[in-house]
Design a protein around this ligand. Structure first.
Ligand code: ZN
Length: 204
């Protein structure tokens, strides 16, 4: 399986990082080795002084597809989840300045938290009106709503599948809202979709 991530998909997060609104979604990949193993803590890597959490809504692909039309995109997933796109921000900044790919900053081991709980699409009233949030040590640090996405989930699936064949089990990280920040040792990060807890992890 592969993980396809979308960058800069929320207007407020763009202004926070002083990025320009892109003409098309920014896409990058994480390998399966980046998935944080179940019940394991997230070990802050020693090559970064500034690892940031980015809470994101996840989509799990259930059918193989290529060149999927937006109007059919909803047929390609029926589970929605939540995760963290951990980012070594200092390293990413250096790579960006040199025009180099971001993988070292975003695709390292443990950099993809995939919440153990998935919600079925049927259990959600409107997928484009979904509240989600992240708590750090009991305090809400990020709050988002999928209504604020620059590119909606079905648009993302259509766009991504122009370049990559989507396969069963692939996961899309749909981008993060404002409020990204640094993690320290012994932080507890807990993610919610609406009122439901989707994951809770510890940093080491
Ligand atoms: Zn992200």
């Amino acid at each position: 399986m592969k993980i396809i991530c979308i960058g800069r998909n929320y207007t407020d997060h763009i202004s926070e990082l002083k990025n320009e609104k892109p003409e098309a979604p920014v896409i990058f990949l994480k390998p399966d080795t980046s998935i944080l193993l179940k019940k394991q803590p997230f070990f802050i890597p020693d090559f970064s002084e500034e690892v940031h959490y980015e809470v994101e809504v996840l989509i799990k692909i259930k059918r193989v597809g290529k060149h999927i039309q937006e109007k059919f995109a909803h047929k390609y997933y029926d589970e929605v989840g939540l995760g963290i796109d951990f980012t070594a921000r200092d390293l990413q900044q250096k790579l960006k300045e040199k025009g180099l790919p971001w993988e070292k900053a975003k695709a390292f081991d443990g950099a993809a938290v995939v919440g153990e709980k998935w919600l079925t699409k049927d259990s959600i009233a409107d997928i484009n009106m979904l509240n989600f949030s992240l708590e750090k040590n009991g305090e809400t640090v990020q709050k988002g709503n999928t209504a604020l996405m620059l590119w909606k989930i079905d648009e993302l699936i259509a766009y991504i599948s122009q370049f990559f064949t989507l396969k069963i089990g692939d996961i899309i990280f749909t981008g993060t809202p404002a409020g990204v920040g640094k993690v320290a040792v012994n932080d507890r990060l807990t993610g919610f979709i609406e009122e439901q807890q989707i994951f809770s992890i510890q940093t080491k």
